[in-house]
Design a protein around this ligand. Structure first.
Ligand code: NDP
Length: 253
């Protein structure tokens, strides 16, 4: 689909991006800022967040903010405090991109370690759940509230060896559908994106032998990220949309 995004579609909006220091999250933060948003950069590696902050400032986009947070260890109280800080500093929150995820270890099901399972479920599912609960009161007050989750092809079709990551993405899609249904009669829209194979560190870890030049860059898949975060998607709710609908799942060849 050819998404038509107005140049200033996110003007004056405040948008939180998790995992904003690298890969797709980094690009989404820059793209949202380029369309007028004040972005809140959440992540665990402060140096990476600072680099994104500097890039956004140097491009003359609205001044962003940084929230250093490791979603592996963050508690419910940490997310509630974060929501208070956002409300105090900005007075509003219009959208959240749930992007941060762990790949974990790909292995046969019977060798999937309990630690890997726990870590992946903690970052990819429980942290998203706690963060979402904490910020919903703010997002519900927004004129066009948007919650965008990130799934994967293995979030709706299981595949050998994708273990905990795949299970976590099924859970993400479930969370998205439940929340979308509850928000159906409000101004909040809740959807998910399946980016499809995209040139990032996580992708290289999952497919080390793949030629990255055959993959789309994060920048190339941004139209869908902008569409689902902006006013144009007001009639879309409860969907998981492919950023690369024509791409065949699996390694590029
Ligand atoms: P990357 O690994 O490149 O980036 C992930 C980001 O999440 C990093 O900034 C990372 O921080 C952050 N992150 C990881 N763990 C934590 C944590 N505990 N606390 C806070 N932040 C954390 O991944 P991608 O950009 O490739 O993936 C982005 C999303 O897209 C993910 O949800 C992924 O599952 C999904 N996806 C990606 C595909 C692809 O081909 N790239 C395909 C399908 C889905 P740090 O840099 O500090 O490690």
């Amino acid at each position: 689909m050819d998404y038509q995004i107005a140049e200033n579609s996110l003007k004056d909006r405040v948008i939180l991006v998790t995992g904003a220091g690298d890969g797709i999250g980094r690009q989404a933060a820059i793209s949202y800022a380029a369309h007028g948003a004040t972005v809140i950069l959440l992540g665990r590696t402060v140096a990476k967040l600072e680099a994104v902050y500097d890039e956004i400032e140097s491009l003359g986009y609205p001044q962003p903010a940084i929230i250093p947070m490791d979603m592996m260890g963050a508690t419910k109280q940490n997310y509630l405090d974060m929501a208070d800080t956002i409300e105090g500093q900005f007075g509003r929150l219009d959208g959240v991109l749930h992007n941060a995820s762990l790949l974990g270890v790909l292995s046969p099901f019977d060798q999937l370690g309990e630690d890997t399972y726990d870590d992946v479920m903690q970052v990819n599912v429980k942290a998203q759940f706690l963060l979402t609960q904490a910020i919903m009161p703010l997002v519900k007050k927004a004129e066009d509230g948007r919650i965008v989750f990130t799934s994967s092809t293995v979030g709706h079709q299981g595949r050998s060896f994708w273990g905990a990551y795949s299970m976590s993405k099924f859970a993400t899609e479930g969370m998205m559908q439940i929340l979308a249904d509850e928000m159906a009669n409000t101004n909040v829209r809740v959807n998910a994106i399946n980016p499809g194979g995209t040139r990032t560190g996580m992708r290289a870890k999952a497919f080390p032998a793949e030629d990255p030049s055959l993959l789309k860059t994060p920048e190339e898949i941004m139209p869908l990220y902008l569409y689902l975060m902006g006013p144009e998607s007001k009639d879309v709710n409860g969907e998981c949309i492919d950023a690369q609908p024509k791409r065949k799942p699996g390694a590029a060849s």
